[in-house]
Design a protein around this ligand. Structure first.
Ligand code: AHR
Length: 323
């Protein structure tokens, strides 16, 4: 990543976490946003920050909630194309099945920016992608566990994200890479919790039953914080102490996980900024003004937080962002 991209991301993160930084003017531009839904606290924050970033720039944002269904996203994108919007933002629920609709947007000369998830499609079908490196997120979580158990035997249960989504695929891969040389750590069970709190709890209850009432589980790795929060409830319901009897590591850094970390009920989270729209609008402003081509991948930071990182303060910093 170039220093310029890094600076752009740092500036827009600052805007999301405080306010008042200068935003690129996009007054009068109409931008369609096909959002996945509201499966998690992080998703709610991304929606809220995108609306805020659009308002700061004078963008007329057309918002479409796909309720977790790709067919709704494809319909919404076709609607945006028919309306002749200036640009389209899309957070793709799954990786495959986008070629036709992206080709239609390209044909209509409407730039598309991918937010927070990737697609298995030719790179020339979209202008840029603003997302974290999800393999790195998984590696950071896995490395934390390797360091924390320090050679002790550890049976892990994994709560995967939505089947076929890039964060589920990549976060699994990254975690497995990080523990590959640690023969003391094994993934005993792995199942999707669809990135939701309720499913995370339900699947964790099954894991606990199957693993000697939870006594055989050393750690839960959840692909997002909402599933971790659901798992924490399941651990408590089973009469065990989350964070102590069963370690909890996840991804997103939403306020609720900081409450759990502060209470000693979760151990670590990897931050995913909800501000994907800030960098997206910045590159769109330049592209729509004079055709400036952005870098293909704008990568946001993946920082680890534990109890040593002032969880109460981190909770406060995130309040008001729409989580
Ligand atoms: O694509 C990002 C993931 O989607 C977030 O980690 C998760 O919370 C959300 O649902």
């Amino acid at each position: 990543m170039s220093i310029i991209t890094k600076l752009a991301i740092a500036a827009s993160l600052a805007t999301a976490l405080s306010s008042g930084a200068m935003a690129q003017d996009l007054t009068g531009k109409v931008v369609g946003f096909s959002q996945i839904g509201s499966e998690s606290g992080w998703r709610a924050a991304e929606t809220s920050v995108t609306r805020q970033q659009a308002e700061e720039r004078g963008v007329d944002l057309k918002f479409a909630d796909a309720q977790q269904k790709q067919e709704n996203q494809i319909k919404a994108i076709r609607g945006f194309i028919a309306q002749g919007v200036d640009a389209i933002l899309v957070a793709p629920v799954v990786a495959t099945g986008w070629d036709d609709v992206l080709a239609e947007a390209k044909e209509a000369e409407i730039p598309v920016v991918l937010l927070d998830r990737g697609v298995d499609a030719s790179e020339d079908l979209y202008l840029t992608s603003v997302a974290s490196d999800q393999v790195v997120e998984g590696r950071v979580a896995g490395q934390w566990l390797v360091d924390t158990v320090a050679g002790a035997d550890c049976k892990v249960v994994e709560l995967q994200g939505t089947v076929g989504s890039t964060p589920a695929i990549n976060r699994k891969q990254g975690f497995e890479e990080a523990i590959a040389d640690a023969s003391n750590i094994t993934i005993a069970r792995s199942q999707t919790g669809d990135f939701t709190r309720s499913k995370g709890k339900e699947v964790m209850e099954g894991f606990i039953k199957a693993e000697n009432g939870g006594a055989d589980i050393c750690a839960v790795y959840a692909h997002n914080d909402d599933m971790a929060v659901g798992a924490i409830q399941a651990i408590k319901d089973a009469g065990l102490k989350p964070g102590t009897d069963i370690l909890v590591v996840s991804i997103d850094a939403v306020p609720d996980i900081f409450t759990a970390i502060a209470a000693g009920e979760a151990n670590a989270t990897v931050e995913l900024t909800p501000n994907m729209a800030g960098p997206a609008f910045d590159v769109l402003a330049a592209y729509l003004a004079d055709g400036t081509e952005p870098e293909k991948f704008i990568i946001t930071e993946s920082k680890l937080y534990t109890a040593a990182d002032d969880p109460a303060g981190e909770y406060d910093r995130r309040k008001g962002l729409g989580y």
